[in-house]
Design a protein around this ligand. Sequence first.
Ligand code: HEC
Ligand code: HEC
Length: 287
Amino acid sequence: MDEPRYDEATKTYTTGHSYDGIEELNTPLPRWWLWSLYMTIVWAVIYSIAYPAWPLVSSATAGFLGYSTRGEVAQEIARVEAANAELNTLLANIDLTVLKDNEPLHQFAVSAGASVFANNCSQCHGSGAAGAVGYPNLLDDDWLWGGDIDAIAVTVRHGIRNEQDEDARYSEMPAFGDILEAEEITSVVAYVQSLSGLDHNAELVAQGSELFADNCSACHGETGMGDRTQGAPNLTDSVWLYGGSDAVLTDTITNARFGVMPPWSPRLTDAQINAVSAYVHQKGGGE
Ligand code: HEC
Ligand code: HEC
């Protein structure tokens, strides 16, 4: 260690350290910089005591302020729920047929219903509710089980042909592959196609019509207009749940379909069921 000396070239004192004749100039960090560093260290210590910080095996230190982002979300949800509690209670208990007379409540129901629909129904019925093969379009006037708001709410609450809910809407079209001969099914296909004006084999219609009267009219009606008490589709319109081609009709009639929808009463609150029913009902096809 040499004595510090004044270095003329840089106009700075040296520290006195010297390695292999190379000396070190004494240029300490500026005070303001150093104090900022100390402050950040103090801040970090206080912060890590006050807030969740140190990772533990399956959690983290909680911090004495008890703050958590999860808790903040829970508070926010609780706040929105409290703000909507009154409307939700009203909605859960209202007679749905008069919901429209209460415009603010109806609007609340429709917008709440839209998010219930997006979260729970769109996977099957499509985000715009236009349906897909086997999943009915909820926008049109063609209803399997009924399109007034109460009928929709019953369908949603109990579901269709599921095993979880005793009050689920239920019916079962037999698989006619076990009942009719293949040619008989071909003629009934032709008759079904004739009902809705599709191209069909006209020679088979007379036989198909007889078979229809004997085997199908109990559910689909004598004229094929369907029966909502049994969820049997109207076969005279151009709306198909599964399709009207030769191949699809043969498959439907031979094997039957048995479309299932889960019940929503265990998963959704009464208010949510009423909200989503109002949402579906005002979509255009509601009666
Ligand atoms: C797992 C798929 C699935 C989900 C999810 C689903 N549905 Fe369905 N839904 C169906 C099927 C399949 C049918 C038709 C069953 C049949 O053939 O009768 C149906 C029928 C309906 C009907 C009767 C339509 C008519 O013409 O009478 C309504 C109303 C309905 N769904 C509303 C909803 C609502 C509201 C939700 C969300 C809360 C929902 N569905 C969620 C599969 C689903
Ligand atoms: C016990 C009542 C019942 C009988 C009998 C019955 N059906 Fe059905 N049918 C239904 C139901 C319910 C559906 C709805 C689909 C499902 O099962 O999910 C249906 C669906 C259909 C469909 C599908 C329509 C579409 O939009 O894709 C066709 C086609 C059909 N039936 C034709 C027939 C024919 C033809 C017969 C007679 C040979 C017949 N059904 C007998 C109840 C019946």
